[in-house]
Write a protein that binds this ligand. Structure first.
Ligand code: RIB
Ligand code: CA
Length: 312
């Protein structure tokens, strides 16, 4: 099956790897457009990085739309301390082949989803959910086109990474996360409980540096920066490959385990802002039902990630 996909991201090191996997798997993923949103780095840097990834993949002509430069309500949060000011760690990307589309990502999402066939589009979101939330606020009927939302975000037993209580994508725009998770779309949420299980260990770094493939070399340079920054946290295990889990799930869901839950997003301005509280369905209390991913086969998933991006 070929999935029609729109990928909304904040590239960022792991977003870039997710993009490379999606672009490599072009026999199964028809990537229709890329939307970028402020998150790891400011939105203009995200846009430059998305265009650079397309140049690296030699995929000119794929439209990139720049989106929201700040969250719906809260002040912007960035993660340059992890991804570097460039958002690319130690890597550099080729000069862009194409330029940005002139329209805003929110306008694009509204137009593309309102005109698409019912249930035809898989929306993958690997950053703060601001763009899609703003599109839903403008036109709630766009959900008609969504086959599934596959989102990297949230944490349960894993606590948090930007605070002790919250994962970055949710913390950065909790109001957007609540709007999107309450949209009624079929939703798979892949949080830290799962993504922290796939680390870029020294052996996996050698796998990436052991070939002369540009996608693997670039990914190694990006992750090496995060490994260095996070050395004292991740130790020898290496940085987690959060965002590629979304594309991996789309390609091979059997590599993942999860179950239906109700998810509550903390939109307070206190210390628990952005916390995702996972409730069993018999205690849903009106919170939206989603597929909550809790496990994955990290060996098979890492091989899938590298295999697909090395098809470029
Ligand atoms: O918490 C991990 C998430 O936050 C990833 O999407 C990473 O790119 C950052 O955006
Ligand atoms: Ca991201």
């Amino acid at each position: 099956m070929t999935h029609q996909v729109i990928l909304d991201c904040d590239p960022g090191v792991d977003d870039c790897i997710a993009l490379l996997v999606a672009l490599g798997a072009s026999d199964r993923i028809d990537l229709q457009s890329i939307c970028v949103v402020a998150g790891n780095v400011p939105v203009d840097v995200c846009a430059r990085n998305a265009l650079g990834i397309l140049a690296l993949a030699k995929r000119d002509g794929l439209p990139v739309y720049s989106g929201c430069d700040r969250p719906l309500r809260v002040a912007p949060s960035f993660a340059e301390h992890i991804h570097g000011r460039s958002g690319l760690g130690d890597a550099t990307l080729p000069e862009a082949i194409d330029s940005l589309q002139s329209g805003h990502a929110v306008d694009h999402l509204c137009q593309a989803l309102s005109s698409a066939q019912p249930g035809s589009i898989t929306l993958v979101i690997t950053g703060p959910m601001t763009n899609f939330a703003a599109a839903l606020q403008r036109d709630p009927s766009i959900t008609q086109a969504v086959r599934e939302l596959i989102i990297m975000g949230g944490a349960d037993q894993a606590g948090g990474n930007i605070t002790d209580f919250a994962e970055f994508n949710i913390f950065a725009d909790p109001d957007a996360a609540r709007i999107v998770l309450e949209s009624g779309c079929r939703t798979t949420l892949i949080g830290l409980d799962a993504t922290l299980q796939i680390r870029c260990t020294p052996a996996r770094m050698q796998r990436l540096t052991g070939t002369d493939h540009p996608a693997s070399q670039t990914s190694a340079a990006m992750v090496a920066h995060v490994n260095r920054i996070y050395g004292e946290v991740y130790g020898a295990e290496g940085a987690a490959l959060h965002d590629p889990c979304t594309v991996g799930y789309l390609l091979e869901p059997e590599l993942f385990t999860g179950h239906e839950v109700a998810v509550e997003v903390d939109c307070s301005d206190g210390e628990t802002r952005g916390q995702t509280r996972i409730h069993p369905l018999d205690n849903a209390a009106g919170w939206p039902r989603i597929n909550w991913v809790t496990g994955l086969d990290d060996t098979a998933l890492f091989e899938l990630i590298v295999t697909e991006m090395e098809r470029l």
